[in-house]
Design a protein around this ligand. Structure first.
Ligand code: 86X
Length: 531
């Protein structure tokens, strides 16, 4: 896995008195000329670079980035992936935000079993129907067949709600607000993709029951706001809050709200998380009844809500570049990597000490920082590796920095380089990391916004779809019309569907017609292809 070309190149540039800025050195990860077979060339040069470019072959780029960035290891069960510490730490950070927030709302954590008996799973046949092919079953222990096959949860309504029925008797038992952090299994058949579509994934599922619809309605939006914050404040991914159409909502519920993200490279929308008001449908099926203060019988109002490890995949797709992952500082398990840049005749020990002191100061101030003091790798090789892994900020310390009592900081998102005086280290690193977080969000938002097109006619709609846009169109809000849109756009790339009806509605002038049916429009709705 070694190299020499890269080493000499970077060291020379760096030792050259800080000319790095202008030199615009050959990027090790990008290899040779346009038409040359990039793959081998790059691999030879560094053993590190990406073979595919994000704009040229997005699918291959993504697979390569998640593996080379050490997020994922492929596994020998198709559709299942190993989440390596680099990925799992992001999941931990999101959980460390979300879990205390829901606890403030009075939601309690619990754990229900992984297995569902076939009786119970089939109890609510209506809601299971469309999903049945995705359910995984345990049929044997050792060599003997089980008397009754046992399902593995694809979601936990059927696991939990029989006990809601048992535990809820009177109004004093309400609200009942439970959440669990767990895995679920859905045996998908369409092309599995790490994080985005895997057969087993991690999520939190919240299941709550209230005496009144008003309480349920309020919670749906409180949770949705937390989901927006996960995406926008943590993952730096812009999302649109809205409501799913009747066709796209969770069929078992009353209405479904969503945060929708968009992946500009593929022109696909992606549901980021979902918060449902289930109404009283499940209360009816599972007989979740209660008696109010006046002794009258009523059925509970329920919600359910979830976000999954898919969120990490969306973040990778939105921010990654041709050098690898680009992690927002708030979710990066390592925010600052400090790399010594010694060279012949330099005070190597002084440089190493300065690196250790820098890490100690940053850690003491609460930053997640490490020094990469490995001796068997060159600085240039280390730069490439930490760029691949997406560390937001690199600090280089060489002889010139030592002499000037400064460090050289290099941003992962923009490649901008800055000299930071050591007495301002903590302050400046804080400022830079904040700026990276904000600017990653703003850049992603600009790219997303540039993909949004407002259309009024079918023709404009089809053009926008071909151009991979996220389409905002006036719609009559009729299910038959959405089915028709799906049918009329069916093809290799997948049909178009409604993504969401944004809560934030533009004015809809009287007389505006539906883009698809020509009937009077009722709402503005986002449309596009989706994951
Ligand atoms: C829908 C609905 C709901 C709790 C959420 O979206 C939030 C958390 N659940 C999930 N859904 C299914 O009900 C379902 C059921 C079966 Cl049996 C299945 F195989 C797959 C499913 N996928 C989604």
């Amino acid at each position: 896995m070694e190299n020499s070309g890269l080493d000499s190149l970077s060291i020379k540039d760096r030792a050259d008195g800080g000319k790095l800025k202008e030199t615009k050195q050959k990027k090790p990860s990008q290899g040779g000329t346009k038409n040359a077979p990039k793959k081998k060339e790059v691999k030879k040069e560094t053993g590190l670079g990406l073979t595919y470019k994000k704009d040229e072959n997005f699918g291959e780029w993504y697979s390569e980035v998640v593996v080379n960035g050490e997020m994922i290891e492929y596994y020998d069960v198709s559709g299942c992936y190993i989440l390596r510490p680099w990925a799992f730490s992001i999941w931990d950070i999101l959980k460390d935000f979300f879990d205390p927030e829901i606890k403030k709302m009075g939601i309690k954590n619990c754990y229900f079993p992984l297995f569902v008996s076939s009786n119970v799973l089939e109890k609510e046949k209506d809601h299971i129907e469309g999903f049945a092919p995705e359910v995984a079953w345990v049929t044997k222990s050792g060599q003997s067949e089980l008397d009754v096959p046992i399902a593995i949860r694809p979601t936990s309504e059927t696991v939990m709600y029989p006990y809601y029925s048992k535990w809820i008797r009177g109004h004093r038992d309400l609200p009942l607000k439970l959440n669990q952090w767990c895995n679920v299994v859905r045996w998908e058949f369409s092309n599995p993709t790490p994080f985005i579509r895997s057969r087993e994934f991690l999520w939190q599922e919240g299941h709550t029951a209230f005496a009144t619809k008003a309480e349920a309605d309020e919670e749906v939006l409180q949770i949705l706001e937390l989901y927006r914050r996960i995406y926008e404040e943590y993952l730096a991914v812009p999302v649109i809050k809205g409501r799913k159409s009747e066709l796209e909502k969770f069929a078992g519920g009353l209405y479904t709200t969503t945060v929708e993200a968009f992946v500009p490279n593929t022109g696909r929308g992606i549901q980021g998380a979902t918060s449902h008001c289930l109404g009283q449908n499940f209360a009816k099926m599972f007989e979740i009844n209660f008696e109010n203060e006046k002794g009258e019988k009523g059925m509970v109002w329920q919600n359910s809500w979830a976000y999954t490890t898919r969120s990490i995949g969306v973040m990778i797709m939105v921010h990654g570049d041709d050098k690898g992952l680009v992690l927002p500082p708030k979710v990066a398990s390592l925010q600052v990597i400090v790399i010594p840049v010694p060279y012949k005749d330099a005070d190597t020990q002084g440089i190493l000490d300065a690196c250790s002191e820098t890490v100690a100061a940053l850690r003491a101030a609460g930053f997640r920082a490490e020094a990469d003091l490995r001796e068997n790798y060159s600085p240039g090789w280390k730069y490439s590796q930490w760029e691949m892994k997406g560390v937001p900020l690199r600090i280089e310390i060489g002889p010139r920095d030592l002499a000037n009592n400064q460090v050289r900081a290099v941003r992962r998102d923009t490649s901008a380089k800055m000299d930071v005086p050591r007495h301002k280290l903590v302050e400046d690193v804080g400022t830079i990391l904040d700026d990276i977080q904000q600017s990653m969000y703003q850049t992603a938002k600009q790219k997303r916004d540039a993909c949004i097109v407002v259309v009024r006619t079918w023709e404009e709609f089809m053009d926008a779809l071909a151009a991979k846009k996220m389409i905002l169109a006036p719609w009559c809000d009729e299910m038959e019309v959405e089915k028709d849109v799906k049918a009329r756009t069916k093809g290799e790339m997948g049909a178009a569907k409604s993504l969401c009806t944004p809560f934030d509605q533009m004015p809809l002038p009287e007389g505006t017609l539906c883009f698809a049916s020509g009937k009077p429009a009722k709402i503005w709705t986002y449309w596009g292809r989706s994951y």
